[in-house]
Ligand binder design. Structure first.
Ligand code: N2P
Length: 392
């Protein structure tokens, strides 16, 4: 709290310093108290909590820096129940069914758009989230496609779906064959998969993770809503099905431990696997690739469920998460870039310089931004995906 007050004081000083000399600083106390002046709807001085000091969070696995939840609990006296889901589909099904029991959920924007339109998420009480000011306006602007007025969603993290490799094992399994120019070939081209199956190919386990990258690979719009395109993607996927060993959304240890040498995976998870392999004494080089045709960007966003029992605790946690030091932890420990502008300054140089975490502008321009799917399209996609998985 002290720190927050100090930060507020500093910004008030900065604001005052920026203002025209002859004008009093807006925060300055009036010389004489005005008798019946109505109280201005100012931001609350500190966090507002619900009577029941509980907060139920539903997030992706392997996605929160160690100790962060405990730090919030300690500071706020709120007991946090933290559960995880493995796919956007799983979270979506819960939200549609209602009565989730969760206050904060973290959907990808690909799904969040429909969830907002369907009234499954409630608008945020922004006056209770002063640290929202720390967010990069450019990042907030990218969310507008899903959340037109930035009313419901605040980034937890963003990253990209890509190919992750254990370079050491992949090179060995390929024998004399050179690495392809386009890293997607490693997971989609039979010439490569037939060799790499010996060291383990892993795919994320969800229709809306695999079909979009497959569409992208065959030159279609990754966010096509046309079932004919899914059919084409399914035909391409069928050719490599027998080579895929593992379907999983929690493959960090599989990559780090050598069970999978190549994976369709989330960028940060591959970076975590690289670190974990090192910690375990492995000499293998594990890398998140930057495929020549681009990778698929995702934004996972904090949102409050429409029937949240602890909405104020939720706002307090969101504000806590948006402190620069916490945002920086997400990059430093979890390998995901932060959209928190104030937090960037606290990112370790080796993380800030990792081009698979903070991608450079020219590669960023090549990446595929997220969009969304209609319900019908999602159903068609799931059918193609399930057929692909079964048809070994
Ligand atoms: C899980 C990261 C989830 C990112 N470790 C994909 N939405």
């Amino acid at each position: 709290m002290k720190k927050q007050v100090l930060a507020l004081a500093i910004s008030a000083i900065l604001l005052a310093a920026c203002g025209k000399k002859e004008e009093p600083a807006p925060a300055a106390a009036p010389a004489e108290p005005v008798a019946a002046a109505p109280a201005a709807p100012a931001a609350p001085a500190g966090p507002v909590y619900d009577d029941e000091k509980v907060l139920n969070i539903y997030n992706w696995p392997d996605y929160v820096p160690e100790g962060m939840i405990a730090a919030f609990e300690k500071e706020s006296g709120i007991k946090v129940n933290y559960d995880t889901f493995e796919t956007n589909e799983a979270l979506h099904a819960k939200l549609v069914a209602g009565n989730t029991g969760y206050d904060i959920v973290v959907p990808g924007t690909v799904f969040a758009k429909g969830q907002i339109e369907g009234g499954l998420l409630q608008p945020l009480k922004k006056e209770q989230i002063p640290n929202l000011a720390n967010m990069d306006p450019a990042i907030m602007a990218t969310l507008v496609k899903a959340d037109p007025e930035n009313k419901h969603l605040i980034p937890w993290a963003w990253g990209f779906t890509t190919v992750g490799i254990n370079k050491t094992k992949v090179e060995k399994a390929l024998g004399g064959m050179a690495m392809p120019e386009n890293a997607w070939d490693l997971v989609f081209k039979p010439e490569y998969t037939s060799k790499l199956k010996s060291c383990g190919i892993a795919y994320l386990d969800s229709p809306t993770e695999i079909i979009p990258v497959a569409l992208h690979y065959i030159g279609k719009d990754a966010y096509s809503n046309d079932p004919a395109d899914y059919k084409a993607a399914g035909e391409m996927l069928a050719k490599v099905r027998k080579d895929v060993r593992l379907f999983s959304s929690t493959m960090i240890d599989d990559i780090a431990g050598g069970k999978a040498c190549v994976a369709i995976a989330w960028s940060g998870d591959v970076n975590i696997a690289a670190g974990r392999a090192k910690e375990n004494g492995s000499k293998d080089v594990i890398e998140a690739m930057l495929p020549s045709t681009g990778a698929l960007i995702f934004f996972d966003t904090m949102a409050v469920t429409k029937d949240a029992k602890h909405p104020n605790n939720a706002m307090a946690f969101i504000d806590f998460y948006l402190r620069p030091e916490n945002a920086a932890l997400m990059s430093n420990e979890m390998g995901y870039p932060t959209g928190n502008k104030a937090g960037v300054a606290q990112v370790k140089p080796e993380i800030a310089g990792n081009k698979t975490i903070f991608v450079e502008a020219d590669y960023f321009a090549k990446m595929i931004p997220p969009s969304s799917f209609t319900n019908e399209a999602r159903e068609a996609m799931a059918n193609v995906y399930n057929g692909f998985k079964k048809g070994k």
